[in-house]
Design a protein around this ligand. Sequence first.
Ligand SMILES: Nc1ncnc2c1ncn2[C@@H]1O[C@H](COP(=O)(O)OP(=O)(O)O)[C@@H](O)[C@H]1O
Ligand SMILES: [Mg+2]
Length: 435
Amino acid sequence: MNINIGSIQLPINAATKTFAILAKRGAGKSYTAAVMAEEFAHANIPFVVFDPIDVWWGLRVAADGKSKGLPVVVFGIEHADIPLDRDMGRRIAQAIVKENISCVISTFGMPKTAQRHLIAEFADELLNINDTPRHVFIEEAHEFVPQRVMGAMAKTFAAVEALVVMGRNRGIGVTLINQRAATLNKDVLTQVDTLLAFRNVAPQDRKALKEWVEAHSAEGDFDQFMKSLPSLPTGEGWIWSPEFMGVFERIQIRKRETFHPDREKLGSKFEVPTLEQADIQSFIRRFRTAPAKTSDEPEVAAKSPTTVPDSQAIIALRNEYERRLMEKDAEIRRLTAIVSTVRTALGDTENVSVMANTVPPSAVQLWRSKIGNGLAGKIFDLLASNPTREFTKQQIAFAVGASPNAGHTANEFAKLTKTKLMVRDGSLYRLNPNL
Ligand SMILES: Nc1ncnc2c1ncn2[C@@H]1O[C@H](COP(=O)(O)OP(=O)(O)O)[C@@H](O)[C@H]1O
Ligand SMILES: [Mg+2]
């Protein structure tokens, strides 16, 4: 199954990749992102939209403006299922991870400081707890990751940047949507895998797009790209995806299946259909009654190294591999749910072995490939194949054939604990269950 956005198909693991949709107002940014969201919904991949302009509730309504659209919960002020407040960020993250439901967080009408606080807490929490492929769309991205970061915005900036840079390790993909390429932070922008550029007129914005392309050492007809930008028709643009897909081409976005609220065209005549939808009502009820919990300290973000473009064969292999990992993860979650249902039915409330399955195989694979085959790699293999067990240093050294008191052993232990791949409790070590 692919993500069909019109003249081009994206591999399914696009859900865990990062995109920037950059274009002038009215050129088709929100429309394009909504097409992606529709495709994720069809593929059963949950998504979240941070929507400060209050247009994404349209997903709930079919394109005709009357019939039922997609089952998406809307948090917000207008058009909302659940009233939104500034301190709800962590709770929303917890609830959507628990139930794997898609939602729109419509912050329209909230003060900007409240919007920033909300997204910071949401992003921070999601990065800590996400356990399934999930996509986060952020409209008006320059409000959260601006080119110039002022003091009060540092917390939001750090949280959203971490989501973009570290999210992939947690199965989180992000799409940043913005009118001005120039006002979006360049350090964050250069980290995204794929650029979707539509009509862009302002010279500063075209310059920022040029810099993105240069930073990615992408190949293609760059002059034609730059020349076409100011006059692109609505819904037409370019995709640059040097590492993820190995493509650079002109694209046309397909028509939406859901409703696109267009404030200018709608005027005051349009009546929003009631957003009642049976399949999300139980989520809404549970959310309204569940108590909030608190979470741990945020993780420190690390920059991923820049990569060089790969050959098409490698790109295809990697995408196929990631697609299979996603399938396996889904299968494991399904089986874990069955195991826990059976356990509950049998009256066993301890759920001990379910812990073992909370580290997704894709996380283990990812880190495994980074560690190499030295001593740290052997230790990691031992812990990963015994994810619920704790060992003493002596036991680990004995198991992997290392000397427990050697400086080299201490260094490799430090490497694993510093990166939080391994956690220590007194004299006992184990695989980080929140990997
Ligand atoms: N792919 C498309 N096909 C058809 N119409 C489109 C397409 N993309 C955009 N439009 C039209 O252009 C208008 C503006 O698009 P929108 O996505 O809201 O712009 P932006 O988010 O860039 O400001 C939409 O209301 C819609 O009528
Ligand atoms: Mg828009």
